[in-house]
Design a binder for this molecule. Structure first.
Ligand SMILES: NC(=O)c1ccc[n+]([C@@H]2O[C@H](COP(=O)([O-])OP(=O)(O)OC[C@H]3O[C@@H](n4cnc5c(N)ncnc54)[C@H](OP(=O)(O)O)[C@@H]3O)[C@@H](O)[C@H]2O)c1
Ligand SMILES: *[C@@H]1O[C@H](CO)[C@@H](O)[C@H](O)[C@H]1NC(C)=O
Ligand SMILES: *[C@@H]1O[C@H](CO)[C@@H](O)[C@H](O)[C@H]1NC(C)=O
Length: 374
């Protein structure tokens, strides 16, 4: 049986779902000759580590208890009651990881939403470990960091950073390694904005749709986090960098759906929802009408051509994959020189968020590293 040690950073919705899927796939993995041995987990304040990481990991009952404790909103150090483990602060954990990496090759999984994990990921990769990321932040820092992360490209996986479990990264990599050239990738990579734009198309005011989306839990607690386009820009930057387009975050032209004067620094959330949002309705309505008169629809898309990235509202043909999009699905159209030309792009569509699909993408990434373990 091949033993793959796993260390998890971040134990929120995705991290916990990952642990649950690891447990429920025990038999499947055993039939593949693989055992995923979870030896450490950390959250924003504390960590737990198995007593002897070289020899054993946590048992499944401990992991179930750990998920329960995190669901109850408690820090990980409360896990001591579920079995023997070492515990301490999150910052101590980062130094521990490099010590462990000197003796044990493991998969470091980043399901946090922090940019503070980048340094330790680079360090353990340097020491021969592997990394799997759902967290976009490490990949959207400086190019210098990005290069360090990809010094050994076989050892890093990050499918869930773009479109959750959808095989967007894998497809892009396969196209590139076949020698085809990607001319452009177009995407609707925010489930929230996809939902909003397809609802306003049916004649509902923008402000009402955003409020409904917030009530349904489709948006971040402050919907401006979605409407700013920052999250889409991060995903676009990851896709661009994969293609060798060497851009920094500041090079991306991001069209925010609200003006600076309605930003979080200038306006409270309450004020924005009540007074700010409705002021945006007329402009959007006008743009929708204009698109419609061109036989197009309005979408919030990112376009990555051969050198540039743009993230903004754009008209797309009604009969394109992006134009047909309804609801919260993500979709990407990839156009290449040889295989996927103008009329027949490669299209990848499906749910681009959710704990389950995101965790499934992470789990598949871990399994994809199996040949690097003995
Ligand atoms: N949910 C999705 O649909 C989805 C889709 C694609 C990608 N992602 C990405 O997946 C990641 C996880 O998402 P989520 O929804 O699970 O987020 P979440 O529920 O907010 O969980 C984040 C976890 O990270 C921990 N954390 C925060 N700062 C940390 C640090 N410096 N070091 C270690 N752990 C830290 C938090 O600790 P505490 O428990 O102490 O707060 C929490 O356990 C994010 O990067 C997100 O962008 C999510
Ligand atoms: C993801 O998990 C978190 C924490 O358990 C939960 O609050 C959230 O509703 C879940 N999201 C989805 C889409 O299931
Ligand atoms: C996520 O997966 C769990 C099983 O691990 C299942 O019980 C749950 O219904 C799923 N949630 C969603 C939103 O599909």
């Amino acid at each position: 049986m091949k033993n793959i040690p796993v260390i998890l950073m971040g134990c929120g919705g995705v991290g916990r779902q990952l642990l649950q899927q690891i447990i429920s796939c025990r038999t499947l993995h055993a039939n593949m000759g693989i055992h995923l041995r979870v030896v450490g987990v950390c959250d924003s304040t504390s960590y737990v580590l198995a007593p002897d990481v070289i020899l054993a990991g946590f048992d499944d009952n401990f992991l179930k208890g750990l998920c329960q404790i995190k669901s109850d909103g408690l820090p990980l150090r409360n896990c001591m009651e579920h079995g023997t483990c070492e515990s301490g602060s999150s910052s101590e954990f980062m130094t521990k990881l490099t010590d462990i990496a000197a003796h044990l090759h493991f998969v470091l999984v980043d399901c946090s939403a922090s940019s503070e994990t980048t340094k330790v990921i680079i360090e353990v990769l340097h020491l021969g470990c592997c990394a799997v990321l759902a967290n976009k932040k490490p990949l959207t820092g400086s190019l210098e960091e990005f290069d360090k992360l990809f010094l050994h490209p076989r050892r890093i996986r990050h499918e869930s950073t773009v479109g959750a479990g959808l095989p967007i990264i894998a497809s892009t990599n396969r196209i590139l390694s076949s020698g085809d050239t990607i001319v452009s990738s177009l995407g609707s990579l925010s489930g929230t904005l996809g939902y909003v734009m397809s609802e306003v198309e049916n004649g509902k005011p923008f402000s009402e749709v955003v409020k409904t989306a917030k009530e349904l839990g489709y948006t971040e607690p402050d919907p401006r986090d979605d409407l700013s386009g920052m999250d889409v820009a991060r995903k676009a930057l990851i896709l661009a960098r994969l293609r060798g387009i060497r851009l920094e975050m500041k090079d991306i032209k991001i069209y925010s759906l609200f003006p600076d004067k309605m930003g979080p620094d200038a306006m409270s959330l309450e004020d924005f929802l009540k007074n700010g949002l409705p002021m945006l309705d007329d402009d959007i309505e006008e743009r929708i009408k204009k698109a419609s008169s061109n036989k197009n629809v309005l979408r919030y898309v990112c376009i990555i051509d051969t050198k540039d990235i743009s993230v903004s509202l754009m008209e797309r043909p009604k009969d394109s994959a992006l134009g047909r999009l309804k609801g919260s699905d993500n979709v990407v159209e990839i156009y290449t020189e040889q295989c996927y030309s103008d009329k027949q792009p490669l299209v990848i569509q499906g749910p681009g968020a959710g704990n389950n699909t995101t965790a499934a993408g992470v789990l598949a990434d871990i399994l994809d590293l199996q040949d690097l373990f003995s």
